[in-house]
Design a protein around this ligand. Structure first.
Ligand SMILES: Nc1ncnc2c1ncn2[C@@H]1O[C@H](COP(=O)(O)OP(=O)(O)OP(=O)(O)O)[C@@H](O)[C@H]1O
Length: 253
């Protein structure tokens, strides 16, 4: 379980995140939703201490993370960053093996798990010897997800994991990701600006604006019971955009 208790972050006097609180229960997916610059990534990075809060407290699995060694903390948290973060000079297999090696897994065990994860993410086995630049954006994201999940961390943080993909590839990678059996046991925080993604993936959604949470709740709460015009317009406008994307893809097909 993740508990963020009144967390704020100031960068040189700019309030990037203001008094944000939420709880993510075990096995639940929480979505941080909002427009560019509203503080989603800053909030996410405070959960694995890539950014330290200016104030407030974060507990993960019952422990105050400010008292934990940041590197040890990050080994128990899978993380998919915005730009996929694969090491360009490592092969796919070497990229996937980064955390298992830190955890001193045996080479056989790493090979066996890598093969299984490539299969689960629908990547051909021979891809393990390729370099990231030889893969498409969607394939790279599949490798990034395998890398984040291979050590079976209880917590998974995802920063716009499907953001750079075209709508069709995005839908297929997202679907395969959502169907992974391992995901059901994880506590997941997903950052997105995409309303459809938030509604499909989130058990709980926090809609942010200018550093604060405007509304949080189940998808149905935001859709059917928006607390103000901003929430109503944010969801409505994007759903209109989705219908337009759908119409365009249908016309192309
Ligand atoms: N290291 C930093 N130094 C100064 N300001 C920062 C820093 N990181 C983020 N900010 C500012 O904090 C605010 C929130 O940024 P953040 O990246 O959290 O937004 P976001 O909602 O994730 O946006 P996007 O969807 O574009 O990634 C922005 O105004 C940004 O310019």
């Amino acid at each position: 379980m993740i508990i963020a208790d009144h967390i704020s972050k100031h960068f040189n006097g700019i309030e990037a995140v203001r008094d944000v609180s939420f709880q993510v229960n075990e096995g639940e997916t929480m979505v941080l939703l909002g427009t560019s610059g509203c503080g989603k990534t800053t909030t996410l990075k405070m959960l694995n201490r890539l950014i330290e809060p200016t104030s407030g407290r974060i507990d993960i699995s019952g422990k105050n993370i400010s008292e934990e060694n940041p590197e040890m903390l990050r080994r128990s948290i899978g993380y998919v960053s915005q730009n996929n973060g694969l090491f360009p000079h490592y092969t796919v297999a070497e990229n996937i093996a980064v955390v298992p090696k830190l955890l001193n897994w045996q080479p056989d065990e790493i090979r066996e798990h890598t093969t299984r994860w490539l299969e689960q993410l629908k990547l051909p086995a021979h891809f393990k010897n390729k370099y990231p630049a030889e893969l498409s954006g969607g394939q790279q994201q599949r490798v990034t997800i395998a890398r984040a999940l291979i050590a079976d961390p209880p917590v998974l943080l995802l920063d716009e994991p499907f953001g750079a993909l075209d709508p069709v590839t995005r839908t297929s990678v997202r679907k395969d990701f959502a169907e992974l059996p391992a995901l059901k046991r994880k506590t997941v925080v997903l950052v997105t600006h995409d309303v459809q993604e938030a509604l499909q993936m989130g058990d709980h959604i926090c809609l942010m604006d200018k550093g604060s949470i405007v509304q949080q709740g189940k998808p149905a709460d935001l859709l059917l019971r928006p607390v103000n015009d901003f929430v109503h317009a944010f969801l409505g406008q994007q759903l209109d955009d989705i219908s337009r994307i759908y119409e365009r893809i249908r016309a192309q097909g």
